[in-house]
Design a protein around this ligand. Sequence first.
Ligand SMILES: Cc1ncc(C[n+]2csc(CCOP(=O)(O)OP(=O)(O)O)c2C)c(N)n1
Length: 697
Amino acid sequence: MATRAASLPHVSAAQASPLPATDWRRVTYLIHASRSLDEIEETRLVPERKVLYQFSARGHELGQLLLGLRLTARHDGVGVYYRSRPLMLALGLGLEDAAAGPLARAGSFSDGRDIGVVFNMPSSGGATVIPACGGVGAQYTPVAGWAQAIRFHRDVLGDASYNGSIGLVHGGDASCATNGFWSALTLATTLRLPMLFYVEDNGYGISVTSELQTPGGNIAANLASFANLTIFDGDGTDPMEASALVDRAVSQVRADSGPVLLRLTVPRLCGHSGQDTQAYKSAAVVALEQARDPLKRLQSALVPRLMSAEDWSSIARDARRDVEVAVERALARPLPNAANVTRHVFSEEVQTQGGLAPQRHAFGPTTHVAAPELVRVNMLTAIRRTLDVELAQNPKLVVFGEDVGPKGGVHGATLGLQEKFGRSRVFDTSLSEEGIIGRAVGMALAGLAPVAEIQFRKYADPAAEQLNDCGTMRWRTNNRFAAPIVVRMPGGFFKCGDPWHSQTNEVAWIHGIGWRVAMPSNAEDAVGLLRAAMRGNDPTIFFEHRAMLDAAWARRPYPGDDFVVPFGKARRVREGSELTIVTWGAMVERCEQAAAASLVDVELLDLRTLSPWDREAVLTSVQKTRRCLIVHEDTFTAGFGAEIAAVVAKESFYYLDAPVERLTMPDIPNPHSPLLLDAAVPTAAVISQAIRKIASF
Ligand SMILES: Cc1ncc(C[n+]2csc(CCOP(=O)(O)OP(=O)(O)O)c2C)c(N)n1
């Protein structure tokens, strides 16, 4: 059982002596550097329209600097937000890069692709700064994943260099109202992760006061009875108090004594962003905030006790001069190269950090040629066996999701895997899809290979933000980071349907930037595509159609432990000369039945993967047959069929003898009654009719 350390509401300056660990000269330098950057941006670079989106950290600096200077372990992982620039400086972000980001210059942390305060920093022997996001609260669950990965590296892989490493996540008071915060808090406290939540409470989320984010406005007070969590709460403008609290908080998490929440109150001495005039604050509030300026309080605490007035001024001058030089150098940097704007959506070059590729992980041999066993297996067994083989071969692979442990998953895909590989490799999660995907992202960034299960496709909705941010990560960071996670996701109808368990909506993932998407129709392809996904270097959605998991049609001989199916290669299920059907998932079987029953010579293509999709196979086939029917279970409007139809219409315009047709679910949720379901999802009979109609056009 965890012991709860006593809360430390307000350690006074008298109680707390300056700690030897605090390099006050460095703190002094960095606070002035941060102020100078803010001021030069506010007074010069924003008016000159050189910085287009500006965020200052004035008032927030002290706690961040004290924390950043203590995050020195090689495997520390840090989650930050847009007001974290002082923390970044303390962690080693160079002044020139700090200035170049907001100027959207070449180099720096996103090469002009992202807002200049949406930071990231691969480890160069010290802490990693996990790619930040614009979405408030999105920083929390990836840090929980990082903290879990620390434990995995240390205890499961036996890597002693992870001893004492921690995850630190930084957010504002309003971020404590987000899904991400609560999800990460559940993760950290149930698993007793080495994770430090650092909340900087400035009383506002833009203009909304903290009483609307948590009752009474103090998240630390409200979490006082939360099990397995130690709370430290104090004044982030008082150098000695803040230093003492930061030191205790970091030490406790480093000692692996469970997660800590540290809340420091700070004034926001500026608008929320460059555009914000703070008209919603009264003059009295602004005056009170100014009176709490941590820079002034730092000066009073240090001068003359720890340094002379001349020292203080000289450090301030040095910082100012260095920042001015850095800004001029940043301004002299080239603008980003527009010719590169489409690069790094998917893996072209190995990223600096994230997943196994930067570690030059050696996978076993692979073949595209199946070595079929004698006995056929259903798709569920095929998936389970592929997970089993990859778990055995790759010690960094972890499989997790709701009920995947002792129960073996509600669909049975992970049955027996926890018994075989243990609770660290195959495990249950809390019921938070944001937590499942955010954790997967953090684990991937920490060098593991996470395979997450979302119980039903529709229940990926609460993870939408993490999925979206994961897909765009490589591009946003200009290939510095990628999180190649595999997300297994059953969906589609099964005997009956309903709006919750049967949705496919695969088009959402194809539209999401940076995701590879597989939707196999049978056991052999499921093996090859899942293995390709688990050995790949891009985030991948692996859609498991519920109707096909045990369908007799989908049973195939297991194709071997080395078998992979390359993404972007359609399977020609049936050769024909009069009409091409393009389809995937559960519709492949129905289309095959319909084609066999029709008198038309149909060529049937199973796309197998939708991102990328095999344009060449489709166009070659349509240019031969001169007719095209696209069949999918997803709804009609803006379904993936629309994209295929647009490409076929453009690229095969002169070859077509009939309009390109789409046969899909109507634009309704999946119905429950089998009668209604048959009226909605294309049946073999309806597909046959469409074949005849197009053939006779
Ligand atoms: C999910 C999400 N909702 C809304 C916003 C717009 N927004 C940006 S910052 C912010 C306030 C955040 O306040 P807080 O977390 O307290 O941090 P502070 O700015 O005070 O440092 C809001 C509403 C956003 N970026 N993300």
